[in-house]
Design a protein around this ligand. Structure first.
Ligand SMILES: Cc1cc2nc3c(=O)[nH]c(=O)nc-3n(C[C@H](O)[C@H](O)[C@H](O)COP(=O)(O)OP(=O)(O)OC[C@H]3O[C@@H](n4cnc5c(N)ncnc54)[C@H](O)[C@@H]3O)c2cc1C
Length: 298
């Protein structure tokens, strides 16, 4: 099906894009990689009057480390992030970015577009919860920085205001002794994961867990976290038995829907096994091992 006709705009600066979105009103939508919005338009699930193409804005394609704060511009594609130097330093980023869909989607889809859609099955929201990320937004009222947990409010719902754009994603570089892993489980590359688990932890020189953050994706309307599971693991040596106990706690807090990707029971079992696998890889990486990781396929 063809989309309804719309007007196309290509602003040359971030400020021009915001002014245009503001003047055109709520019928106008930003266009980034087009990997979510174009299928939506073709299915006529949305009929915007205007598309404001932000892909050529010069300000939003950076990936850098500024004094221990990682800053990723909203227009960075999944592929660009996967092959960045930062992803070599923070391998959980490569696990996530390199496992999204297929090369075509990864070359066009952007991290800013992904968080703006807030699809419960997409990979970035869970991963960015694990890294305690902040989302930088800019609109007619200025710039604001929102923790990811407040930015994503519900399935497909964010705190973005009118004419506001996501401009950057920020998180602190994990300290020495840290390791992380993110694993999604999917049927094939071009499909979203049925379930995913991300873990970032820091171990001291006696292998005691000093810090840990866990998030499950495709496990409910928004990423599932559990302070109880994290508290169980903090200050302890991470034995298999203890990790299994934590997996039971966080998976009990999940509510994965039964759908074409599997039943709720099946997804809960998968979530437990992804949790254990991500934990094992995160522990190895915290010890300095260079292990490749990515999604698991049926
Ligand atoms: C076949 C296929 C498989 C996929 N599989 C996966 C997968 O396994 N895992 C996964 O995570 N994702 C997957 N995706 C989604 C993909 O990652 C998209 O890139 C992403 O969801 C949207 O990013 P985009 O840059 O294409 O945004 P667009 O499609 O251009 O925009 C999406 C929405 O966000 C808004 N928007 C875009 N950028 C901004 C911004 N900076 N500020 C404010 N609003 C903005 C747009 O107005 C629009 O409403 C898949 C997509 C396809 C087509």
């Amino acid at each position: 099906m063809y989309p309804e006709p719309f007007r196309y705009h290509r602003p040359r600066s971030l400020q021009e894009a915001i002014t245009l979105l503001s003047e055109l009103g709520e019928g106008a939508k930003p266009l980034a990689g087009g990997q979510s919005i174009v299928p939506i338009l073709k299915m006529r699930m949305d009929e915007p009057s205007d598309l404001v193409d932000i892909t050529r804005l010069p300000e939003l394609s950076h990936i850098n480390n500024e004094q221990g704060v990682i800053r990723i511009g909203a227009l960075c594609t999944h592929a660009q992030i996967a092959r960045s130097d930062i992803a070599d330093t923070v391998p959980i980023l490569k696990d996530c970015a390199g496992g999204i869909a297929d090369p075509q989607v990864r070359s066009l889809g952007t991290i800013g577009g992904s968080v703006s859609v807030a699809d419960p099955s997409s990979d970035w929201p869970a991963l960015l919860h694990v890294l305690h990320s902040e989302i930088v937004c800019q609109g007619p009222e200025g710039i604001r920085t929102v923790p990811i947990g407040e930015f994503i409010q519900d399935a497909y719902t964010t705190s973005l205001g009118d004419a506001e754009l996501v401009t950057e994603i920020r998180f602190k570089l994990p300290p020495a002794g840290s390791g992380g892993a993110y694993i999604g489980f999917k049927k094939a590359a071009p499909s979203y994961p049925a379930a995913s688990a991300g873990i970032q932890l820091t171990l001291d020189d006696k292998q005691v867990c000093r810090d840990i953050t866990i998030a499950l994706g495709s496990a409910g309307p928004t990423p599932v976290m559990s302070a109880e599971a994290e508290a169980l693991l903090q200050g302890k040596t991470l034995s298999t038995a203890l990790l299994r106990e934590a997996a039971e706690i966080i998976v009990a807090a999940s509510s994965p829907p039964s759908d074409a990707r599997g039943s709720t029971t099946f997804k809960r079992d998968i979530l437990k096994s992804l949790f254990m696998k991500a934990a094992a890889t995160a522990i190895e990486r915290a010890g300095g091992s260079q292990i490749d990781g990515s999604h698991d396929y049926v």
